[in-house]
Write a protein that binds this ligand. Structure first.
Ligand code: UDX
Length: 429
């Protein structure tokens, strides 16, 4: 079937490529000429394991191509997916101007019946506005459907998340759209939830909000563990064995980042407020997350007496492993606070340093963990990249000015680190 994917970011590019992978004909559209140029040369504007090969395979098979022309994509496809960015505005509300712009261009280009599908995470009731805008800009065609098909892709595992979903959520307003979308997803043997558009939009927001809540919950528990001499990893193990709870997303750390949780949380809070509900629970989830990052700085200060003129070596900058994405990364908040208190920063990340340099040009970037450790008063591990799990810790210790090690993602064992002579602190242990 013919698919047009509008927006070739983390969501659009993976989704478009995977639709081709399951046998559909896909045109990916982006108004960023540089991005399309890179893609047409076989390059990748983002880092996502396995994506480059999958794109090459499907381009070669003639099922996938890239263009800057929405008109070309619209005229040649039945399914028009909107997968453009919905970044947060100052007040936390999502900026839907790109969605509106695309809806106008779709309306203007429509030459026959189409199904326009929200793939981007949008506030509940956005579907109504998409319909209104398309009606206003489509002079010829009035027969179309709007639908919602939210994504649940995690960066770093986005391809497998798309091809092996826990569920496919389809928010539709007509039998025709329902039948066509079920046909589109026929190759996927996951459970399909067919519902109305508002419910589909809310499933996405509620899922992200609940996952964020789990993380802030275990981070709050980790503080109580530290004050009571308990071990948060044991607690998470014991709690997670309850089938109703589950062990996933109960890893205490320095907080959650990324372009989804922080943005969707503030968007959901503002959407609820607009609907007349004060989502106090989610505001507290946000507060705990911010506190967890600042608590990391407090711990480092407690291990160094004070932070003024101290050199801190940061291992890991990306918001999580296996991605180059620095958006809302806890490392940014933590490094800025360390600098505010007079510390000087060296840092290494296997993949995200180019993006980090644009955000934090004023820190010293190193070519590996050992160069980062050289001469520092403390190490702060903020992202649990596999490469850090295999470090030669004796060598690291020998390079440091003081053997102070803050492990923000509980990668190492406290007992072993102490036995090696490190002054070690993890999270909740
Ligand atoms: C998330 C959702 O998982 C995904 O379903 C949605 O579509 C997009 O947002 P993503 O942000 O890519 O995916 O990464 P995820 O693996 O969910 O991690 C988000 C953040 O939470 C990271 O900063 C990670 O370090 C943190 N995290 C995750 C924890 O601190 N503890 C955990 O147990 C899990």
């Amino acid at each position: 079937m013919k698919v047009c994917m509008i927006g070739t970011g983390y969501v659009g590019l993976v989704s478009g490529t995977c639709f081709a992978e399951i046998g559909h004909d896909v045109i990916c559209v982006d108004n960023d000429e540089k991005k399309i140029e890179i893609l047409n040369k076989g390059g990748l504007p983002i880092y996502e394991p396995g994506l480059e090969e999958l794109i090459a395979k499907n381009v070669k098979a003639g099922r996938l191509r890239f263009t800057t022309s929405i008109r070309e994509g619209v005229e040649n496809s039945l399914f028009l997916f909107i997968a453009v960015g919905t970044p947060p505005k100052e007040d936390g509300e999502p900026d839907l101007s790109q969605i509106e712009q695309v809806a106008e261009e779709i309306g203007d280009a429509m030459n026959e019946y189409k199904i326009i599908i929200e793939k981007s995470t949008v506030p509940v009731q956005t579907g109504k506005w998409v319909r209104t805008v398309i009606e206003r800009f489509s002079r010829k065609i009035k027969d179309f459907d709007v639908a919602s098909n939210p994504e649940f892709l995690r960066e770093g595992s986005a391809i497998s998340d798309f091809l092996n979903p826990d569920r496919v959520v389809l928010g539709v307003e007509s039998e025709r759209a329902k039948d066509k979308l079920l046909e589109l997803y026929k190759p996927m043997d996951a459970p399909k939830i067919v519902t109305d558009i508002s419910s589909a939009e809310l499933i996405k927001h509620a899922s992200n909000a609940l996952l964020s809540t789990k993380i802030s919950f275990i981070n709050a528990i980790s503080v109580i563990c530290e004050k009571s001499g308990a071990d948060v990893l044991q607690v998470a193990e014991g709690v997670g064995l309850d089938k109703r709870i589950g062990r996933e997303f109960l890893n205490a750390g320095v907080g959650f980042g990324g372009f989804c949780f922080p943005k969707d949380l503030s968007a959901f809070i503002s959407i609820a407020a607009k609907l007349g509900y004060d989502f106090r629970l989610l505001r507290e989830v946000e507060n705990i997350n911010n506190e967890q990052m600042l608590y990391a700085v407090k711990k480092l200060e407690g291990m160094l007496w004070n932070l003024r003129d101290k050199k801190i070596g940061v291992l890991g900058l990306a918001f999580k492993p296996n991605t180059d994405d620095m958006r809302f990364a806890p490392s940014i908040t933590i490094i800025r606070e360390l600098q505010r208190q007079g510390a000087r920063i060296k840092a290494f990340d296997p993949v995200s340093m180019d993006r980090a340099k644009q955000i934090m040009p004023d820190i010293e970037y190193c070519e590996d963990a050992y160069a980062t450790a050289k001469g520092v008063d403390a190490i702060a591990l903020l992202t649990e990249w596999d490469v850090f799990k295999e470090l030669d810790l004796e060598k690291i210790k020998g390079l440091m000015r003081q053997p102070v090690f803050f492990d923000g993602r509980n990668v190492f064992e406290p007992g072993k680190m102490a036995a090696m002579g490190f002054i070690y602190k993890g999270i909740g242990r």
